[in-house]
Design a protein around this ligand. Structure first.
Ligand code: ASP
Length: 451
């Protein structure tokens, strides 16, 4: 069985929804279908989820929520009319109105419940359309199916383990197609909780895991994932196959294909993911697998991300002092800042963190503590670091990549602040000034993909 998830652009209008249903029906193994809310129809359009967020914000603020609500209802009306399934509209309007008009006791929970209505309505539309064309399809309610989600301490929606057991019982017969709304589930108190944005990917992955699917298909609007951000180079090299580990490394430097929490449920069960294009179903797409079967290129991908800070701590005879590093890490932990990397010298250690967690206020507290409590000689903070990653399992068996990469960057006049290669040799990391981030990615791509 395949679990098949379609993103917002695949459900943006009636025409796209027909394509989705054709794709589902063209393969009898596609039994469980996870849908996003309708996305943008044109570049300047607004996603239904964004409209719903406007509805929730306006209602919370006591403003005019009926205007964005009207636009949402109109979008579903238009889709239903074009698909000739207007009978589905009362159930959609009733479900949306019920959550929007509910008494607000908690603004976070209220917003989650309103946000979820895009996916909920998409699932009702797809099930109704399949039924209207003579196929047996059911809309699945995540509450009845047992998809349990709770907010963690940071306020992020995370799935509860028992959901897997509940969801493993979703498919009851071989003739029915199960249409499941992505992005949301329920907490134990029966309230709607959403994942973070783009979270329908997570729903699909959880279902693939729970049902031990043969593959998790993730349908979007590109033929492949590319080796580098396509806005940086023309005709980038397509990635046909990539491992979960390579994907994780690239995602770390901002390479987003799936939601970052969507890989784990399939990764632990070894279920391959196939990224496919709804607008070109014949294209083979990109496979994310646990073990590669072949390598099309030495390097799998290159990515760069801004937004890092380096905190360089100096202390004379640091290397002779037992526990210095431990105490530095303890201070970061006590101030709630997650450490990304710690390259170190003999009398210096550099801590790399993400800027969004290291605000100027946090910086002041941490630096003072390190100076006072650990007797550091001095601390230098640079708030403009970008991380550039070169990723590829095939690199492990090849000599000279680091030399080529470093000399290409130096010939381009890019100063390397940090260089790091893990022992696994699956990736190399360079720290450069933020202003050089995209340029460094382009230079490395030119060097390493033109051999
Ligand atoms: N509709 C939600 C969003 O726009 C979730 C998703 O599409 O995956 O973030």
């Amino acid at each position: 069985m395949k679990v098949t998830k379609f993103g917002g652009s695949s459900l943006a209008n009636a025409f796209q929804i027909q394509k989705v249903c054709d794709i589902v029906l063209s393969d009898p193994d596609r039994r469980v279908v996870v849908v996003s809310a309708p996305g943008k129809r044109t570049k300047d359009d607004t996603k239904v989820t964004d409209l719903l967020i406007d509805v929730a914000k306006a209602r919370i603020a006591g403003g005019d929520y009926k205007k964005p609500l009207g636009i949402v209802l109109e979008r579903f009306r238009e889709i239903a009319e074009e698909l000739d399934i207007v009978d589905v509209l009362p159930s959609i309007e009733e479900a949306i109105t019920k959550v929007v008009e509910a008494t607000i006791t908690d603004t976070v929970l209220y917003t989650d419940s309103v946000k979820a209505m895009g996916e909920d309505s998409s699932a009702r539309v797809v099930a109704a359309y399949l039924n209207s064309t003579g196929h047996k399809a059911v809309y699945c309610n995540p509450k009845e199916a047992g998809l349990l989600i709770e907010h963690n301490d940071a306020g992020k929606g995370v799935v509860l383990d028992e959901s897997y057991d509940h969801l493993s019982k979703l498919v009851k017969d071989n003739e029915t197609l199960y249409i499941f709304p992505g992005f949301y589930g329920y907490n134990k108190a029966g309230q709607i909780i959403t994942f973070s944005r783009g979270g329908s990917d997570i729903t699909g992955s959880i279902l693939a895991g729970a049902l031990c699917a043969e593959v998790y298909e993730n349908w979007t609007d590109v033929d492949n994932v590319y080796a580098v951000n396509p806005s940086l180079v023309s005709n980038p090299f397509p990635i046909r196959e990539i491992t979960y580990d390579e994907m994780r490394e690239l995602a770390y430097a901002g390479f987003t294909v799936l939601h970052e929490d969507a890989l784990f449920p399939v990764y632990v069960r070894g279920i391959p993911v196939n990224i496919k294009n709804t607008n070109n179903p014949k294209a083979k797409g990109t496979w994310i697998v646990s073990k590669r079967t072949h390598y099309d290129s030495l390097i799998t991908g290159i990515a760069g991300e801004k937004g890092f800070v380096t905190i360089t701590i100096n202390k004379y005879l640091m290397n002779q002092q037992v526990g210095f590093l431990f105490n530095v890490m303890r201070i970061f932990m006590e101030e709630g800042v997650s450490i990304e990397h710690i390259p170190s010298g003999i009398d210096t250690v550099t801590v790399i963190v993400r800027k969004k967690y290291f605000t100027p206020e946090v910086q002041e507290v941490i630096c003072n503590r390190i100076l006072k409590e650990l007797g550091a000689t001095d601390i230098k903070v640079e708030r403009d670091l970008a991380i550039v990653m070169i990723v590829g399992e095939a690199m492990a068996n090849s000599v000279g990549i680091m030399a080529r990469a470093a000399s290409a960057l130096s010939n381009a006049g890019i100063n390397l602040r940090i260089v790091n290669q893990g022992a696994s040799e699956i990736s190399m990391m360079f720290g450069v000034a933020e202003s050089y981030c995209s340029y460094a990615v382009k230079v490395l791509y030119k060097e390493l993909f033109r051999y």
